[in-house]
Design a binder for this molecule. Structure first.
Ligand SMILES: Cc1cc2nc3c(=O)[nH]c(=O)nc-3n(C[C@H](O)[C@H](O)[C@H](O)COP(=O)(O)OP(=O)(O)OC[C@H]3O[C@@H](n4cnc5c(N)ncnc54)[C@H](O)[C@@H]3O)c2cc1C
Length: 447
């Protein structure tokens, strides 16, 4: 492999996105020799620990427990600078990253790690009326909405008939399962005490899954365990039932069933971040960017794509799952390939090291499967899930905060973060009909 031509001085690497993959890339790049300069472009000023978003939505943790300022994370890397900027495109020939703010960032190497977004599969009404769970505002919006529904129902119990206390969660994968379990606990252990005049038994959590089983990537015995635990705890699991359409007040299933609900939680699918559609690069399933074995873009050896944005092969004809471990390992691999280019040595193909899968179902219940074939369920699997997730949270303070919240909640069944805060409405959500103007159009503008 011949060395790539660089600009003057140390090679410049631009990393897009400070998620699991982007941060791991920055960490690995800091160890390269000769040293490289790194610019990390991130649209938010924080890294978000997405696996605990459902706990934010159900009042178990606070925003700062699962989000960490990016500048704080990278400040010990002297050659790394951070820019809060939203990347809008890349001029691959000029080797420049373009941002919505009008910036242009030149690079010798580029690592794209912009993650994924929710896929609604074009089902009518889902985009406008569902609550996705992909970002911090998503989780806070859902939390506020749920709590408001309880307030509404307490003021007027007829609201329950209209679906105020019914939550429909779509998608029986790990996100849907953990969300359904957590909602049930919130209702039956916490809100039951906050709203003593409400008949909490009328609060429903319905989990819809189009396939005939939950937790598709898991062994049938783990799937069965999850199903039994959820059913035993009172979650209505409906397998083989697909959503046909959603309105602000109800969902309609393909078999004609209508469920009155104001809260449709969407955990059914992900697709590559829309940035992938703007780059003019080859895309594969789910809009993910096609990459070669070394994770670079075909024909552009200086551009790597990693994490949820990348269509990296699993070696069996499929793509690697869009979860944290592939993102972390791919990012390390991309940094290693840059080292190979700096050294003028041959690049290597990415090989994913499977570390197993796990999903929590709720208090004392989870399923864990290791690559050796060992399977765990129940309390032991739950402790494994807790320990692993705690270990991956960034920052000692956040880890302690989350642990304290967990212990407090475990001992008292309390979820102290059940606070309604105003969050900008989802621009795609049209729950509320437009209100008539309060003033005539000719009225002078208010100061
Ligand atoms: C609710 C939920 C639960 C999950 N639970 C688990 C779990 O239990 N275990 C597990 O392994 N995985 C889980 N995942 C998946 C896991 O979080 C992702 O696979 C992982 O975050 C992917 O890392 P990434 O770096 O590719 O993307 P992300 O972590 O999504 O990071 C992408 C970053 O890019 C930034 N960005 C996006 N567009 C731009 C732009 N145009 N300009 C600048 N910055 C941009 C984003 O703000 C973000 O910070 C879960 C995901 C969700 C949503």
């Amino acid at each position: 492999m011949t060395k790539l031509r660089h600009r003057n001085g140390s090679p410049q690497v631009v990393v897009v996105g400070a998620g699991f993959a982007g941060l791991q890339a920055v960490k690995a790049l800091a160890k390269l020799n000769p040293p490289v300069r790194v610019t990390l472009l991130e649209q938010h000023n924080y890294h978000l620990f997405q696996p605990l978003l459902y706990q934010l939505a159900t009042g178990l943790v606070q925003p700062a427990d699962i989000a960490h300022p990016v500048r704080g994370i990278v400040r010990r890397h002297r050659r790394t600078s951070v820019r809060m900027a939203t990347v809008s495109g890349v001029d691959f020939d000029a080797r420049q990253v373009l941002t919505e703010e009008g910036g242009r960032f030149g690079y010798d190497y580029l690592i794209l790690a912009a993650g994924a977004t929710t896929a609604t599969f074009g089902i009518p009404g889902v985009e406008e009326h569902s609550f996705p769970l992909k970002s911090m505002p998503d989780a806070l919006r859902l939390r506020a909405h749920l709590l408001r529904q309880f307030e509404l129902a307490e003021n007027d119990p007829a609201e329950i008939e209209r679906g105020a206390l019914t939550v429909v969660v779509v998608g029986g994968g790990p996100t849907g399962v953990e969300m359904a379990g957590a909602l049930h606990e919130l209702f039956k252990h916490v809100l039951v005490h906050d709203f003593p005049e409400l008949d909490i038994n009328r609060a429903r959590v319905v989990l819809l899954e189009a396939m005939d089983h939950l937790l598709a990537p898991f062994h049938p015995s783990s799937r069965q365990h999850a199903l039994e635990i959820l059913a035993k705890r009172g979650v209505e699991v409906r397998l083989g039932q697909a959503l046909e359409r959603a309105t602000p007040d109800e969902v309609r299933l393909k078999d004609g069933t209508v469920i009155p609900t104001r809260t449709l939680v969407w955990g059914a699918g992900v697709r590559a971040h829309p940035l992938a559609d703007n780059l003019g690069l080859e895309q594969t399933r789910g809009g993910r960017i096609a990459v070669g074995e070394d994770l670079s873009v075909p024909g552009r050896p200086e551009v790597f794509v990693v994490g949820d944005l990348a269509g990296a092969g699993d070696g069996k004809g499929g793509l690697l799952p869009q979860v944290a471990q592939p993102a972390i390992q791919e990012a390390r691999h991309a940094a290693l390939q840059i080292q190979h280019s700096l050294d003028g040595t041959d690049r290597t193909g990415f090989e994913y090291k499977d570390k197993g899968i796990m999903a929590t179902i709720g208090r004392n219940a989870a399923v864990t499967e290791l690559p050796s074939g060992a399977r765990f369920k129940g309390v032991l699997a739950w402790y494994m899930w807790l320990a692993l997730h705690l270990a991956y949270i960034i920052g000692f303070r956040s880890r302690v905060a989350v642990l304290v919240n967990w212990i407090w909640s475990y001992l008292t069944y309390d979820r102290h973060a059940r606070i309604i805060v105003a969050v900008e409405p989802n621009p795609q959500r049209a729950l509320e009909p437009p209100r008539p103007a309060a003033q005539p159009a000719s009225a002078p503008p208010r100061r």
